[in-house]
Write a protein that binds this ligand. Structure first.
Ligand code: ZN
Length: 197
């Protein structure tokens, strides 16, 4: 039996599973919750429950939304002929923050990774091929990692077979870096300087 009560230990373990949160930070978070009043704890628990019950996946782009289709897919002012392909739903927010992209999105749900057993059938590539047409430009905005590059190359070949033009974000993005750590100005430059594949 440890000196930290079991229920506190369970909360620490739960926080420690968050990305980027180490054991020490998880302890500070758990003790912070302990110090707050019941209302605040209920509010936190409710917010966690709400995202699990209210958020669904957009049937068109695969982004997260409370209504299907999402606001971006149903926005008639956005360009239908410009489609940005990203790995995860959260990548949409990095592009939207730049306020400079007026096309639509398609979430792959990951990248090709043979070592992890992730092949083309595990990503929404078929759905992507159904969405595209020859009047469109598809921007392959997977991360500049080894898997992200391989996935972009794989998809660009499929698009080429269908006569669809694809581009890749311009270099200037750090190799191996993730979109979420890239500042908005760099991302805007990468969109503007995208290159044909
Ligand atoms: Zn959508």
């Amino acid at each position: 039996m440890g000196f930290i009560p079991t229920s506190v230990e369970k909360l620490i373990d739960a926080f420690a599973r968050f990305p980027g949160i180490g054991k020490k930070t998880a302890q500070r978070m758990a003790f912070y919750v302990l110090k707050r009043n019941s209302d605040e704890a209920v509010h936190l628990a409710q917010a966690v429950m709400d995202v699990k019950t209210n958020i669904l996946s957009c049937s068109i782009c695969g982004g997260i939304t409370e209504e299907d289709p999402c606001n971006i897919c149903s926005d008639s002012k956005r360009r239908e002929d410009l489609l940005c392909i990203i790995e995860e739903p959260s990548d949409i927010f990095h592009f939207e923050k730049t306020n400079s992209f007026r096309g639509k999105y398609h979430v792959l749900g990951g990248v090709l990774s043979p070592l992890d057993g992730i092949g083309p059938d595990d990503l929404s590539i078929d759905r992507l091929l159904d969405r595209v047409n020859t009047d469109m430009e598809v921007i392959l905005a997977t991360n500049p990692s080894v898997e992200g590059e391989a996935t972009a190359l794989y998809i660009s070949k499929l698009l080429k077979e269908k006569g669809v033009k694809s581009t890749r974000l311009a270099r200037g993005l750090p190799v191996g870096g993730a979109l979420e750590y890239i500042d908005e100005a760099t991302l805007i430059r990468a969109i503007e300087g995208r290159v044909a594949l």
